[in-house]
Design a protein around this ligand. Structure first.
Ligand code: IMP
Ligand code: MG
Length: 192
């Protein structure tokens, strides 16, 4: 285990097994539909690449990147788009793939934008769901890997200050590795 972690929450094997189940459910639900899976960079990149291999249907892959303004371990409400979808979403069935659903602000904003561009449907697939911190109750995961406690998690795409994304498992970051809360006004943009 990485020395900055207090525990491992999900092993690589657990992540792979659950991802295969999610891929099966998505395969069943999207029979006969034109599916586009959109990865929310960068956190979802590792989960996305495994998930799409478990979807036994034709699926177009696209990528978006957004950043929120706020403290580095807390998601803020404002969103800046760093990368727009490459393909037009009008008429497409969109599956948004996220690493973790926390307050819900990110996916609420993203979903509104895609629905505004006339997507046929927008569903959410997240590896981790942290319902205790939800602030936007309209945002629920259509597919969720694991419900997780309110702790700051890293690994398998999830970062703290761009570190730990490449760990093959997910663990709880020690509080001693988290910088004291920054002043809100001075906080820099957080890349997802
Ligand atoms: P939301 O807008 O609050 O739902 O933010 C979701 C985003 O916040 C995720 O895509 C992550 O980038 C980040 N995030 C939320 N919780 C964690 C965590 O425990 N570890 C690392 N990143 C997190
Ligand atoms: Mg992040």
């Amino acid at each position: 285990m990485h020395p900055d972690l207090s525990s491992v929450l999900l092993t690589h094997q657990q992540i792979l097994e659950r991802t295969a189940q999610l891929g099966e459910a998505i395969t069943r639900d999207y029979q006969g539909k034109e599916l586009t899976a959109i990865c929310v960079l960068k956190g979802a990149a590792l989960f996305f690449s495994e998930l799409v291999q478990q979807i036994r249907l034709p699926v177009a892959l696209d990528f978006i990147q957004v950043s929120s303004y706020g403290k580095s371990t807390v998601s803020g409400g404002q969103l800046a788009w760093l990368k727009q979808p490459e393909f037009p979403v009008a008429g497409k069935h969109i599956l948004l793939v996220e690493d973790i659903l926390d307050t819900g602000f990110t996916l609420w904003n993203v979903r509104q934008k895609l629905l505004g561009q006339s997507a046929a449907s927008v569903k959410i697939c997240t590896l981790l769901d942290k319902p205790a911190r939800r602030k936007v109750p309209q945002i629920q995961a259509d597919y969720a890997g694991y419900t997780v406690p309110d702790a700051f998690l890293v690994g398998y795409g999830l970062d703290y200050d761009e570190k730990y994304r490449n760990l093959p498992y997910i663990g709880v970051l020690k509080s001693s590795c988290i910088a004291p809360e920054e002043d809100g006004a001075a906080a820099a943009a957080e890349t997802k």
